[in-house]
Every structure is written in C-alpha cells, then in structure tokens.
Write a protein that binds this ligand. Structure first.
Ligand SMILES: *Cc1c(COP(=O)(O)O)cnc(C)c1O
Length: 402
C-alpha cells in the first residue's frame, strides 16, 4: 500500500493515539531500516530502546523461527522450558531470586506494585499500601502505572486516579525521607528517567535510598523497563550504583522486539505471591521467552554488551563536542546507549530534519533529543549522526536568529 494511502487508512481505522513520522517502514537490517520507497535510515530509536540486537539478528531470528515451529503458546496451566530457562538466566545474572513474566512494561510495573502491596499487607496489615514515586517519572499507561507516573499530561482526563501514590522530586533524598510514613510500602523509581528527559540518578542518592528503605522495611522498586538489558553499559543499570533493589521490572529490550515483560524480586519479597494472587494468560509464553533467551545469550557472550558500552562512550563524547560547538545545546545527559541532548529550541523540527537526512531519532518532551540505538551500532553510524546533527542544529539556530 502506498505511503499516502496507508496514512489515510491509518487515520480512518486506528484510534488516534500516536503522532507518527510520515514514513512506512517495511524492513530492517542491523542498525538500519528501509521505508516503502527504499530509503535507508540509521535507527537511533530502535523501536524505543527495544531492538537491542538491531533488526534481523541471526541468533534472534533463528531462536524465534525454531520456537514458532514447536510451540507458540500454552498458558501457565503447564510447564514450558523456555520460560523456566529464561527465569533461571535472569536470576543467575541479577540480584533477584524469582521472576514473574508478563507482556509489557506497564504490566511488569503493575506486577511490582501488586507484589509490594501484598508483601506489606501480609507483614503489616491492610493500612500500609502507599507507594512513593518521583515527579517527571514514567511507569506506563494502565490506571495504576499512570498514577505512579509523575507527569500531569499522562494523567489528565483519567480521574479518578488510584489511591495510595505520592510523588516527590527526583534525586532529593530528604524529600523521600519526609514522604515515608507508617503507610508507606515501597519507593519506586527509574535509575534514569528516560521518557522524562534522560535524568540520571546520583550515586549517593541511590545508596541513600537503599539505606533508608532497609531501615524502614520499605521496598525499593527499580523500573528498569528502559535501562535494563545492557542499555546503559551494564546488564542492569543498578549495577553502576553499588547497591541492589528488592524488586526490578524489565520489558523493552528483553525480547529484542518480541513483546515480553518481567518482574524480578528477592525470595523474601516474591513469597507474597502464591497461586491465584497474580497471573497473565500470555505471560512467559514459549515464543517470547525463546526470544528473551536468545537476546540474553548474545548479551552475555560479552561482545555485544562490550560493544554497546564502548559505543555509548563514543556517542557521549561526540555529543559533548556538539554541545561545545552548538549554542542551542544546553546539556548532554545519560549512561551508555541511553543519551539525551537538551536543546533550547524545538526538538520536533530537529527530528524531522534528521528524518530527511536518513536518521531516526526521537524527542521526549518538547526539547530533549533521545538516542537509544541498538547495542550493535557502529562508530561510523554514530559519526554520521553527529555530522548530520551538527548541520541540522547549525541551520536551525541561524534561521531562528534571523
Ligand atoms: C516504556 C516504559 C514503560 C512502559 O512500557 P510499555 O511496554 O509501553 O507498557 C514503563 N517504564 C519505563 C521506564 C519505560 O521506559
């Protein structure tokens, strides 16, 4: 279907929930995707930090092909090997001892919220259920996770919100200290607020949160839906803060593009769930878990995780140079291959200019360009981004000063 017709049909048949770029992507290879007219784009979006191994990675393709021939879905009324193997692999490489599988980030966070409340209920009774989250956070679009999300634009029009959530400023330990009451069950945050504009937590803050939560027996929940699976240079972002959460959620990169989410927890916390307390029909199905296993194996064999870490440094350095040379760049923030560039001009126009030059980039909020390429991105591809960005930003700033 020609792109123009596709756009019209999309408008006619799809609910109007997304602002889309005016291209129709038909194929991907490595860090590149191709539109219907055959134009090539270097993909610094990766399906919003999802396609960790790029497009068409042979190990992922083979794993999915093999699994799809054997078995796609059974429900959790039965055992399936890929689910147990993926859980084991995640446990062996994280702080956690137990895993619950679901299908998305929001669902993983729902599981985390329910688990924290149930843990607190079992131990302290019905009055201790509150969850403290951060302003400017993003935890998903279901009713509980949009309530947890500290952004009015996500919540507006959906009242009444869920009871039992409060918000405090990110990276301010004293605010969390003041917010914890006898009703508090958990603190929930992203190690890097990604959708909120790429704000990285301070090391001292994270360690302070850990101590505070331990003292008060309040659970510490990390939403690593975006930061997990090698995105920030280590398998999980928390590893870089010298501490561990009690509960962690994963999704985006976990299946390399196949939908899957996971909620991980320590043994003591996970005990709060028992048969009948939480469930998902699709959660942990063999197809999604075979994909997750393939992604994890490729990361753990070292090369891709290392390459991602090195490319993260290359990208961060290049963006720092850009900041020195471009007066419209206010700040560069991030870890590994989750980098943000805050502008003092409109970011959407920059995204459009980059698209015209064969680069997919994304803007969060109005003014923060976000770069989350596949971990297999190369130095040459990063160079092409940096050259194009320098041209686009120079043009934009000159034109806005005329
Ligand atoms: C994307 C994201 C979510 C929501 O994930 P969905 O799969 O869209 O439900 C939650 N938390 C964080 C940190 C995210 O980046």
């Amino acid at each position: 279907m020609p792109t123009g017709e596709l756009r019209l049909n999309a408008e006619q048949y799809l609910m109007n929930t997304y602002t889309r770029q005016p291209i129709s992507i038909v194929r991907g290879r490595g860090s590149k995707v191709y539109d219907l007219e055959g134009r090539e784009y270097i993909d610094f979006v990766a399906g919003i930090a999802v396609n960790l191994l790029g497009h068409g990675h042979p190990d992922l393709v083979l794993a999915v092909q093999k699994q799809v021939q054997h078995l796609i879905h059974t429900s959790n009324l039965y055992y399936t090997e890929p689910q147990v193997r993926l859980a084991q692999a995640l446990v062996e490489h994280s702080f956690a001892q137990k895993v619950f599988f679901c299908n998305s980030g929001a669902e993983a966070n729902e599981a985390a919220i329910k688990l924290a409340r149930k843990y607190s209920y079992d131990k302290y009774g019905a009055d201790r259920y509150e969850i403290v989250t951060m302003t400017n956070s993003f935890h998903g679009r279901t009713m509980a996770t949009l309530t947890a999300t500290g952004q009015e634009k996500v919540q507006k029009g959906f009242a009444p919100l869920m009871p039992g959530f409060s918000h405090v400023a990110f990276n301010d330990l004293s605010e969390v200290e003041r917010a914890i009451t006898s009703k508090t069950a958990a603190i929930m945050l992203e190690p890097i607020q990604a959708e909120g504009g790429v704000h990285v937590a301070d090391r001292g803050y994270m360690q302070g949160l850990r101590d505070l939560c331990r003292e008060r027996d309040v659970l510490l929940i990390f939403d690593e839906v975006q930061t997990g699976m090698g995105r920030t240079g280590t398998l999980f972002c928390y590893e870089q803060f010298g501490m561990q959460p009690d509960i962690m959620t994963l999704a985006k990169g976990l299946g390399g593009g196949v939908p899957i989410g996971a909620c991980l927890a320590t043994e003591a916390v996970a005990k709060a769930f028992s048969p009948g307390t939480h469930a998902s029909t699709f959660g942990g199905n063999p197809l999604a878990c075979a994909a997750g296993l393939a992604v994890l194996r490729v990361l753990l064999d070292g090369k891709i995780l290392d390459q991602g870490r090195r490319m993260g440094e290359t990208l961060a350095k290049g963006l720092a140079v850009l900041k020195d040379r471009q007066r419209c760049v206010k700040e560069v923030r991030g870890l590994g291959l989750l980098q943000g560039v805050e502008l003092d001009i409109d970011g959407k126009a920059v995204v459009a200019d980059c698209l015209a030059r064969g680069l997919l980039i994304n803007c969060t909020g109005d003014r923060v360009l976000r770069f989350v390429p596949p971990l297999i991105i190369t130095e040459r591809e990063i160079d092409r981004l940096l050259v194009a960005l320098a041209q686009v930003l120079s043009q934009r700033t000159t034109s806005s000063h005329h």
